[in-house]
Design a protein around this ligand. Structure first.
Ligand code: T3D
Length: 258
């Protein structure tokens, strides 16, 4: 089973926890594979309607385990193509909402992976560091894709070029994270946030995710066409039926994710 992460389903939320706390949950080859496997498992499981992605101990994730690469001749291109890129793409392919629960520092590829999640909540005591430049590298694992799209080009360049720590409050101010929760009950509040998402129309949310990310690559005409296509699918779901019925009956809807 999993050695570098834990996987647990609670209240329709799959909680994936990176679990190398003594190394600030830094990435290893095995961890990449296990995260891909866990995301696929959550996608397949009909009972899972939201994924919460977090870290054990004091950190969220400190990026590549530098202990594994120091003194080695690393084939950086191959390293990224084989290990990091498939993992980042799996976050996108998973048609369920994924929330990064940033419990502690998220640095380097750890920050990039948080950006590859759909939504981010952060502990008031946590921080993010676009640490690549601090060791002479370029943001990878989608960092050059997501960061400018989330905070705008000017801010993205500043964060990537200076590599300074971003506090939770600053991250919220610039739209890098969606919510800041108190450190004392961060895990509970992050889970409650994920539970709320898990109670919503899962298929519709999967289609929102697919259509929005596709929209980033398309012009208006193509996006309008894709919206029409996605709506045809959403309009045939049981949750659409329930949403409209509940509205007419003036009651709260009960969505099943179907
Ligand atoms: O081959 C390639 O590199 C290509 C792949 C690139 C992808 C990347 O992610 S490149 C970026 C790699 N990550 C970094 O450069 C971040 C390095 N870490 C830091 O800058 C800082 O540690 C943090 C900002 C994350 C946290 O700072 P702080 O002051 O809170 O903690 P600390 O004391 O620096 O670290 C705590 C422990 O975690 C420490 O271990 P120790 O001394 O208590 O035994 C430290 O060595 C360890 N740690 C932190 N980051 C890493 C790590 N161990 C291995 N790899 C790490 N990335």
């Amino acid at each position: 089973m999993f050695q570098t992460i834990t996987y647990e389903v609670t209240d329709r939320v799959a909680v994936i926890t990176m679990n190398r706390p003594d190394k600030f949950n830094a990435f290893t080859e095995r961890m990449h594979k296990e995260i891909i496997e866990a995301l696929k498992q959550a996608q397949k499981d009909q009972d899972v309607r939201c994924i919460l992605f977090t870290g054990a101990g004091r950190a969220f994730n400190a990026g590549q385990d530098l202990g594994d690469v120091i003194g080695q001749e690393v084939d950086f291109g191959g390293f990224l193509r084989e290990r990091y890129n498939p993992m980042v793409l799996q976050f996108q392919k998973t048609e369920k909402p994924i929330v990064a629960a940033i419990n502690g520092v998220a640095a380097g590829a750890g920050m990039s992976v948080a950006l590859a999640c759909d939504l981010r909540v952060i502990s008031e005591k946590a921080s993010l560091v676009n640490a690549f430049v601090n060791i002479g590298l370029v943001p990878d694992s989608g960092g050059c894709y997501f960061l400018p799209r989330i905070v705008g080009l000017g801010k993205a360049l500043e964060l990537a070029m200076l590599g300074e720590k971003i506090t939770a409050d600053e991250a919220y101010r610039i739209g890098l994270v969606n919510q800041v929760f108190p450190a004392e009950d961060f895990a509970e509040q992050a889970l409650a946030y994920a539970r709320k998402l898990a109670s919503l129309p899962t298929k519709g949310i999967g289609l929102i995710k697919r259509t929005m990310y596709k929209g980033l690559q398309m012009d208006l005409e193509q996006t309008l066409e894709y919206e029409a296509y996605a709506q045809e699918i959403a309009g045939k779901t049981a949750d659409y039926e329930e949403g409209v019925t509940a509205f007419i009956e003036k009651r709260a809807p009960f969505f099943t994710g179907q």
